[in-house]
Design a protein around this ligand. Structure first.
Ligand code: ASP
Length: 329
């Protein structure tokens, strides 16, 4: 047994020209989350409790694309999604189309623990939230001025996805190409894409070797109402079993097609690869040109991550005192 470990991400859609102070702010939030998680793990907390606790923290902070600060639909509303999985018994809970729940990850946890179902969406999920007594707020609470400005620009460019690919990327066929730097579309004098907020996730192995994963998001800016991404889909955006725990970020449609999170575990189980080798393998072999990032932990305390975007907001901490946060390769 290699001791506890925690990895956290704040999305993979980051641009190299992200202003220094924004980079520093992102790292500060990730470090704070790692400290919260590490303290709980040192005190003997279970992996599933820690991933929920850390993702709640990220949902409450408006910096990233989850909870408050979520990306907006084409109608200017927020439709949040989240999922959680406990690898000890492969129980899971997921929610989608959430408009009033302050911490969607906690609703996903309640679905896992108290609902007869694994996934609940829209009205049924909101009813479950009321029954379960989780904190509810008006949809306005989740909408930030920055995201309203981004939605306006996304609409003008008729783009849904504009933050995983930058002009230097040769995959110009994506919708994101419409927002390349050559368009001159800027906010505060900088290309809009440097401001893109990102999905959050956390994976943990606790001191008993139990693994858990959690992911939460507002989805993609200017998405169609009712669009469901990878984040609430078990096996795509989130997966945990007795071997590892995985959370993904990036182009949801590509992640769904790749069953990306489950494939990391499957490659370990069926091909016998180690954690990092499994991550590298699925990023290379399974994404078919899609852009994504992965964080993962293994049951023996290994940590791993990988991405084929420009960067990924992420950090990790382990029981032996190691801790780091980073954005680029
Ligand atoms: N994967 C998320 C989605 O497609 C977005 C993200 O990771 O930033 O909804």
């Amino acid at each position: 047994m290699g001791g506890w470990a925690i990895v956290v991400h704040g999305g993979a859609g980051v641009d190299p020209r992200l202003p220094e102070e924004r980079q520093a702010a992102a790292k500060r939030i990730l470090a704070r989350c790692l400290e919260i998680g590490a303290a709980a793990l040192s005190a003997g907390a279970a992996a599933v409790d820690v991933v929920e606790m850390v993702v709640r923290e990220l949902e409450t902070d408006p910096f990233f694309n989850s909870g408050r600060g979520s990306a907006l639909t084409a109608r200017g509303t927020v439709e949040m999604e989240a999922s959680i999985m406990d690898g000890r018994d492969r129980r899971c809970g997921a929610v989608s189309g959430i408009t009033t729940v302050k911490n969607p990850i906690t609703l996903a946890r309640r679905v896992m623990d108290f609902s007869p179902h694994s996934c609940q969406a829209i009205h049924g999920a909101e009813e479950c939230a009321v029954e379960q007594g989780v904190e509810l707020l008006e949809n306005d609470y989740f909408i930030t001025d920055q995201n309203l400005a981004m939605l306006k620009l996304a609409k003008e460019a008729n783009a849904i996805l504009f933050d995983y690919r930058v002009a230097a990327d040769t995959c110009g066929a994506s919708a994101g190409a419409a927002m390349s730097f050559d368009t001159g579309i800027q906010m505060n004098g900088l290309p809009i894409s440097v401001y893109a907020p990102e999905t959050v996730g956390c994976v943990v192995v606790d001191s008993t070797g139990g693994c858990a994963a959690a992911t939460s998001t507002g989805g993609l800016m200017n998405k169609k109402c009712g669009r469901i991404g990878d984040s609430p889909i078990i096996g795509a955006g989130t997966y945990a079993c007795d071997v590892c725990a995985v959370s993904c970020t990036g182009e949801g449609e590509a992640i769904i097609r790749a069953t990306l999170a489950r494939d990391v575990a499957a490659v370990m189980e069926y091909k016998g690869l180690g954690l990092q080798a499994a991550i590298d393998y699925v990023i290379k072999e399974r994404l078919d040109g899609g852009k994504a990032g992965i964080i993962a932990v293994g049951k023996d305390g290994e940590v791993g991550y990988g991405f084929n975007s420009n960067g990924m907001f992420r950090g990790c901490a382990t029981e032996d005192g190691f801790m780091e946060v980073g954005i680029w390769e």
